[in-house]
Design a protein around this ligand. Structure first.
Ligand code: AMP
Length: 285
């Protein structure tokens, strides 16, 4: 039997828990999630546990990072199962606030995201990263976490958060976790549950196309423009219904590259049916 894990629903409760742990000399780690947990999320918890004494997960579907035509209302929610999964990997606490707790009447501050948020996801999803930076700043301030873990699966988000933490002198250390994949390469995502069998098969074209790009670079092709064109073509040929972008970018700044002459990352976003999937692969690991 796993020990029942405390669930905090107000900022006072979570702050009280975190302060008491920190007063007792424990380091605290935070794993922010939107719930509908899968093994990718749990791998973040495991990584977090390696870097701190006490691990807290947050489960909150943040409305301010969804656009008006996105899937906020239909986003998968399964809180009881999330709690059971988090218990099974030994988190010490779960912060699960309501919208009223996070955005009470009169709330009006927004964290302006860094420049790096203006391209790719930020260009296609206006206000998305402002929603992310605002909620992550609130979570880091509420918990005063020593470390926080974010997945490379959301590569641009990771870069944006790193920059926010550096620019605003936040005391939390950001740790990146590698992308967890199914054995055939599909990146785990809460949105994969929208896919039927045919779409699940076609969704593999994202990870396959990325791998082809990495192989091409390893074989000596460093023409990033040509690689990006091929990446897009492989995505389409692999069966996605439409692609938002396929780019080769500087791994640190996300500047679009012409030549792969420094650490680089290939990033893609595509629709399979009405499900929008993103994936990426570092090209120089
Ligand atoms: P989400 O619940 O989708 O907001 O994700 C919460 C955290 O889990 C974010 O830091 C994501 O980047 C991370 N994450 C989501 N999917 C994966 C995955 N397949 N592998 C590693 N991290 C992931």
């Amino acid at each position: 039997m796993n020990m029942p894990v405390p669930v905090f629903s107000t900022v006072d409760e979570v702050q009280g828990f975190c302060l008491s742990q920190q007063k007792a000399g424990k380091t605290l780690g935070l794993v922010p999630t939107m719930g509908a947990l899968h093994k990718g999320h749990l791998s973040l918890v495991t990584l977090c546990q390696q870097h701190c004494d006490v691990t807290l997960a947050s489960v909150y579907v943040n409305p301010s990072q969804f656009g008006p035509n996105e899937d906020f209302d239909n986003y998968p929610r399964n809180f009881e199962q999330d709690v059971a999964l988090l218990e099974s990997v030994g988190v010490h606490g779960i912060f699960a606030p309501t919208n009223e707790v996070m955005y009470p009447h009169g709330f009006s501050c927004k964290v302006q995201p860094p420049k790096i948020a203006g391209s790719l996801e930020g260009e296609l999803r206006p206000n998305h990263f402002q929603g992310v930076t605002t909620v992550v700043a609130k979570l880091l301030n509420a918990t005063r976490a020593d470390v926080a873990v974010f997945g490379q699966k959301d590569y641009q988000q990771l870069v944006v958060i790193r920059q926010m933490v550096a620019d605003l002198n936040m005391a939390t250390r950001v740790i990146a976790a590698p992308t967890a994949r199914q054995s055939d390469g599909l990146a785990l995502s809460s949105r994969n549950r929208y896919l039927d069998a045919d779409q699940r098969e076609r969704a593999l074209s994202l990870s396959r196309a990325l791998k082809q790009t990495k192989s091409a670079v390893e074989a000596g092709n460093i023409d990033a423009r040509e690689l990006a064109v091929e990446l897009m073509q492989n995505l389409i040929d692999g069966g996605v219904d439409s692609a938002d972008y396929a780019v080769i970018a500087d791994a640190a700044t996300l500047e679009i590259l012409e030549v792969v002459d420094r650490p680089a990352v290939a990033l893609v976003a595509a629709f399979v049916g009405s499900t929008r999937l993103i994936d990426n692969l570092l090209l120089s690991e």
